[in-house]
Design a protein around this ligand. Structure first.
Ligand SMILES: [Fe+2]
Length: 311
């Protein structure tokens, strides 16, 4: 399949208090405001991608979808045609995108469970990339809660051309670049965001950033640890003001399409180098609050609490 997406640019969220979320993601998490346009705040990391996260205010916080990169307009057009043939809910045809989001050319569609996917090319990038190991350089991966993960997996692989990397009992890992996974499907109730990860340049920078989060009053909910299995990346987890689980990650395994073996959940059950899901880990396991954030219950609870407060 020649026409395929080649990266995940980032994700879009609705948040209840826009300025509170902007403060969290800039002052604590290490992103910067790239643009504000029509009530949407576009946040960038230190790399060239125009934005890795967009935030818009709404009565309820909610996961609004994934932004995917295509190499050129011909591929965008081909993926649009494939989406139509696939029976996807195509929201719009390929068109020039508004400048506040970095412009470019793209289209959007929804998966059957309602998750918006935007595919774009020619998005304006940043020339002033900063080599600061202590702050995120790029978006790493989005893990999506999908009760019908087999159907959703078909959308990402058969429609968008992603490749299957690995599967465990809980998660299917998909890639669209040398990164072991850019999208993963968590086999729990959805649709929604299980967690999103931002990549730090190295382990020292990840630990520095995690310490900075704690200095700013945010609990370390999981990690630091290194996965003993798919991706082999290092991670730490925090929770944002809306109840979304956010991960700092680094040293994601780089894979070669020609040689990387597809490995099943059964293979990982029998061959995981060390049980407990980590090669090393300095923690007692994910906190109860992080479990609640990753399964979406914390977001719902905070939304209901805010609604009750305004009633
Ligand atoms: Fe992750």
């Amino acid at each position: 399949m020649n026409e395929r997406v080649t990266g995940v640019r980032g994700v879009n969220l609705a948040v209840r208090d826009l300025e509170q979320s902007v403060r969290f993601y800039t002052q604590a998490w290490g992103l910067k405001v790239a643009d504000r346009h029509n009530g949407v705040v576009y946040l960038r990391a230190n790399g060239p991608e125009h934005h890795v996260l967009s935030l818009r205010e709404a009565p309820k916080s909610q996961f609004l979808g994934v932004n995917l990169a295509a190499p050129n307009q011909a591929v965008v057009d081909a993926l649009h045609a494939r989406a139509q043939g696939f029976g996807a809910d195509v929201v719009n045809a390929p068109h020039a995108l508004e400048g506040g989001a970095g412009g470019g050319y793209g289209f959007s569609f929804r998966t059957p469970d309602g998750i918006m996917q935007s595919v774009s090319c020619d998005v304006r990038g940043h020339a002033d990339c900063v080599e600061d190991k202590k702050k995120p350089y790029k978006f790493s991966h989005a893990v999506i809660r999908a009760a019908n993960y087999e159907m959703l997996g078909s959308f990402f692989m058969d429609l968008l051309g992603m490749k299957f990397s690995d599967e465990t009992d809980g998660i299917t890992f998909l890639r669209c670049s040398p990164d072991h996974h850019s999208v993963a499907l968590a086999k729990v109730d959805g649709p929604g965001l299980h967690h999103m990860a931002f990549e730090l340049p190295n382990l020292d920078g990840l630990l520095y950033a995690a310490g900075h989060m704690r200095d700013n009053g945010y609990n370390l909910e999981h990690g630091p640890g290194r996965h003993s299995g798919p991706g082999a990346n290092v991670y730490t987890f925090f929770i944002d003001p809306n109840g979304f689980a956010v991960e700092y990650t680094t040293e994601m395994e780089q894979v070669d399409d020609a040689t990387y073996p597809k490995r099943s959940a059964q293979w990982w059950r029998e061959n995981r180098p060390r049980q407990g899901h980590c090669a090393w880990g300095i923690f007692d396991g994910p906190s109860p609050l992080l479990r609640k954030a990753r399964n979406g219950h914390l977001i719902e609870e905070l939304n209901e609490r805010a609604l009750a407060a305004t009633a």
